[in-house]
Structure formats: C-alpha cells, structure tokens
Design a protein around this ligand. Structure first.
Ligand SMILES: [Zn+2]
Length: 201
C-alpha cells in the first residue's frame, strides 16, 4: 500500500480535545470514521471535500466523547460500526449496525487493511487500529501520557500490560492518539519509549 492509496486524516473535534480519524482508500473514495463524535456532519463534509465517502465507523472505546456521534453516523450513512466485543453492550439501539471485534480483527477498505489490537486498561474493550506504519491509539496511549484507569472498566494492571505490548511494536510506527493532550499531535513508538513516563519498563 503506497501513499497514493492510503487516505489518513486526523480531525480535531469537540470541546475535549478529541481526535477523530478518517482512514481509507483514496482510489476507491471510501473511508472509515474512527471515533464518530461531537459533529459527525462536519466530519462527513470534511471527508466529502477530499472526495471520500464514509462507509463504516470504528470505536477505539465507547466513552461518550468518542462515541456520541454513533447515532448520527448510522442515521446519515447506514454504516456498520465496529466495536470490541467487551464493550458492544454499551452501544445501544443500533444492534443491526454493530459489528463486534476482537484481538487480531481485520478490516479492509479497498486496498487499505486495518488490524485491530485489543489493548484493555483505559476500558475493558479498548482497541488500537494499525494501518500501514500508523497506529491509532485512542485513549490507551497519548503523546507523553496514557489514558486514565480509574473509570468503570478501567484497570491499571491491564493498562501496564497493554503499554508494555505497544513497546514491542516497530519503533518507527507512528502514534495517533485520541486526544490532543501532548506537546505534539502525533509521535512514534520509539519516541514514546524514550520519553513517555508510562512507557518505561
Ligand atoms: Zn475514554
């Protein structure tokens, strides 16, 4: 997959510094929306401006600030929404549109292949999405920090295991977090291993 094929866009959205992501196949003109929240209309228009149609949604986890646009997305596009099986019960009322995922789940849009990594800790069904040399990390890994573990479904122990696992990935893998909390909007596994206090093992 080359850069002529991969469509990847980080979209700042909402009052809590969230990032949604559009990922797809430029040639096909189709993409997924990762973490449909806040102003789905604006995100769909953003995609359309680039000649892209949103055909599916993915949730990195089901917290309100990442998932409050699921209804809008389903109503406007009829898209299927991919949610980890441990959290699917939190997304109510769209059962026909929910697809449950698990570790190693694979989704392809045209020639663009996405792999799902189950990374519990922030929530029990938190997942990272890998596409080429990019990793969308939701609230598992932030630039310079990690997600909190003290909310329902959170586990410090599991977070540690998940972060340790991320340190074993290719250092050049680019990290795209679920919030703009860091000194930069993206990073790499290598940089986080060197500088992120939560990635020291
Ligand atoms: Zn969260």
């Amino acid at each position: 997959m080359d850069n002529k094929t991969l469509y990847f866009k980080q979209v700042p959205i909402g009052p809590m510094g969230n990032f949604a992501y559009l990922i797809g196949d430029k040639k096909l003109g189709e993409c997924v929306l990762v973490d449909p929240a806040w102003d789905v209309d604006a995100i769909l228009k953003d995609a359309a401006k680039d000649g892209m149609r949103v055909v599916a949604g993915i949730l990195t986890h089901t917290h309100f600030d990442h998932a409050n646009g699921v209804q809008a997305l389903v109503e406007k596009t009829g898209a299927k929404v991919y949610v980890h099986e441990a959290e699917a019960r939190h997304v109510k009322g769209f059962n026909g549109n929910i697809v449950e995922t698990r570790e190693g789940f694979f989704l392809k849009i045209g020639e663009v292949a996405m792999t799902f990594l189950h990374t519990p800790g922030h929530t029990e069904g938190a997942q990272c999405i890998q596409v080429g040399n990019k990793l969308v990390t939701g609230d598992t890994l932030f630039v310079g920090a990690c997600g909190r573990c003290d909310l329902p479904g959170g586990s410090e122990k599991k977070m540690k295991e998940s972060l340790r696992r991320l340190t074993t990935l290719e250092g050049s893998l680019e990290v795209y977090p679920g919030h703009a909390y860091g000194e930069a909007d993206s990073s790499t596994i290598e940089h986080e291993k060197r500088t992120n206090p939560y990635m020291q093992f």
